[in-house]
Design a protein around this ligand. Structure first.
Ligand code: AMP
Ligand code: ZN
Length: 480
């Protein structure tokens, strides 16, 4: 089946064919690094990471180039640095590090490129120069503005008529603007703000031009896929496209435009300005990254997603079921002296195809359907395992198909036993391991009262011990 993706520009789902299958390009608008990102900000991170993985699976790991930018020049960053009395780079480095750590904990692969505005300034200035040369921008009173009347397709992506765009942009109509919809490419910096040299005087770039310049610099136009949250369609993506097309004199900026729906808390979208945010950083203290990732993918990426405690709990329970299967199948195989390590590759492929898993993902990333396919694979393994004489080749290949599918989505990456120990902190883990070792020693010495006493201690810690031929494993008992 072909990979199909919904394209905002044509408002249709189209079979995805890259310009060059050996060089597939994707760009996603990234964070402004002045604070911890909220869980809504990580929805595009996880959604486009999934697409990155699907593209790598289809076209090869080295063939896919994925760029996600970092905005490290911004008023909010300047304010935060001033409030804390530290250099701007202290703020941007701190929150970029936290962002990358959180993204990694959510199973997101590092993009191929992570360009920063501060490292792209020459390309930004050069691009603005070309826009002026091409008659698509003009300098006025220390500013450079994009001339929206020079781009006939302006408004085509968001589908808005000009009067609505002017209202939507909510910009003060500065006297030096030729048209109210014209937007800033370069502006003078305020006092005590960082500034860079340019032919139009010292200053700093507007927000939209950074993405156009980065795309041009690291990927080249046109790119195959441009992604971001749906709030970015206008003005940001409309402006990005206008700049890129006019600077490079090309008709197409991005061949597919993908936009994720918003994560909501109750009726409202989660946003820093509304103050109704849950930080990924905090949630990761209470839940494994895979559970949060699962919750973020629980609905189709284009639909709004209602965020609440039950969504993560459900995600955790779904993963518990999958990990429990891995624990069980491992134990039963060991008990029967069976080896699951070398499944028959052709059988694995057959099981995967029969499950419909890839077809679900290739249908515009239908993650709810892909999750259902994981459970169909789980049921297949369980059914075989329950037979009085399981076919171990079939168990091994179905298990491998399940693992392959789950891994492709960024799940089942943990050791199954460690997954169930996840709720224990390091202190508890050390104590439990010591008690289990003491219990094994007591049993070896046939000191039954001592072994019993330790068992009671373990139970008091809410730890369940499972004895097996290769020793005991343990887990934190499910709280009811
Ligand atoms: P920002 O830092 O606000 O520019 O957002 C970074 C990325 O997160 C952009 O792609 C936004 O569209 C996206 N985003 C922000 N808030 C949400 C939300 N509540 N749900 C989904 N995506 C969001
Ligand atoms: Zn952008």
């Amino acid at each position: 089946m072909a990979l199909s993706l919904y394209d905002t520009m044509t408002r249709s789902t189209r079979a995805f064919v890259p310009r060059d299958p050996e060089r597939v390009t994707m760009y996603v608008c990234g964070p402004t690094v002045y604070n911890f990102a909220h869980i809504g900000n990580f929805r595009p991170v996880v959604v486009f990471d999934l697409l990155f993985r699907v593209l790598r699976d289809r076209f090869g790991e080295d063939a896919v180039l994925y760029a996600a930018n970092v905005t490290d020049v911004d008023d909010k960053i300047n304010r935060k640095a001033a409030d804390e009395g530290v250099p701007i780079s202290t703020i941007t480095n701190r929150y970029l590090e936290a962002y990358n750590a959180d993204a990694a904990a959510l199973g997101a692969l590092r993009p191929t490129f992570q360009p920063k505005v501060t490292e792209t300034m020459d390309a930004i200035v050069a691009m603005i120069g070309r826009l002026i040369e091409n008659g698509a921008a003009y300098a006025a009173e220390g500013h450079v503005l994009f001339d929206t009347q020079a781009f006939p397709d302006y408004g085509k992506l968001s589908g808005q008529p000009m009067d609505q765009m002017i209202a939507g942009a909510r910009v003060d109509v500065a006297p030096y603007k030729r048209h109210p919809a014209d937007f800033v490419l370069w502006k003078p910096s305020k006092e005590n703000e960082p500034e860079w040299e340019s032919p139009w005087g010292p200053g700093r770039p507007g927000w939209h031009i950074e993405c156009s310049a980065m795309i041009e610099q690291v990927l080249g136009l046109p790119i195959d896929i441009h992604g971001g949250g749906e709030d970015l369609k206008f003005p940001h993506h409309e402006n990005e496209m206008a700049q890129g097309c006019c600077a490079d004199k090309v008709d197409t900026y991005a061949r597919w435009w993908l936009h994720n729906g918003f994560l909501k808390l109750g009726e409202e979208k989660m946003s820093k300005s509304l103050g109704n945010v849950a930080l990924a950083h905090d949630l990761l203290q209470s839940y494994p990254g895979e559970a949060i990732r699962w919750a973020l993918l629980a609905g189709h990426y284009r639909a709004p997603l209602e965020w609440n405690g039950e969504l993560i709990e459900q995600a955790k329970r779904a993963l518990d079921r999958l990990y429990q299967l891995l624990v069980d199948v491992g134990r039963v195989a060991r008990d029967n002296g069976e080896d699951l390590a070398n499944p028959h590759a052709a059988e694995v492929t057959d099981h995967l195809r029969a499950s419909g898993f890839m077809a679900a993902l290739e249908d515009d990333l239908n993650t709810p359907q892909a999750f259902a396919c994981l459970f169909a694979l789980l049921n297949g393994v369980r059914a075989e395992l329950m037979k009085s004489q399981p076919n171990w080749d079939s168990v091994a290949s179905q298990r491998a198909a399940l693992l392959q599918a789950a891994n492709l989505m960024g799940f089942l990456e943990a050791d199954p036993n460690a997954w169930f120990q996840g709720a224990a902190d390091d202190d508890l883990k050390t104590r439990v391991e010591a008690l289990i070792a003491a219990r094994a020693a007591a049993r070896a010495a046939k000191d039954w009262p001592e072994a019993d006493r330790i068992r009671v201690q373990l139970a008091a810690l809410n730890v369940e011990v499972m004895d097996g031929p290769t020793g005991a494993t343990w887990r934190i008992r499910e709280q009811v």
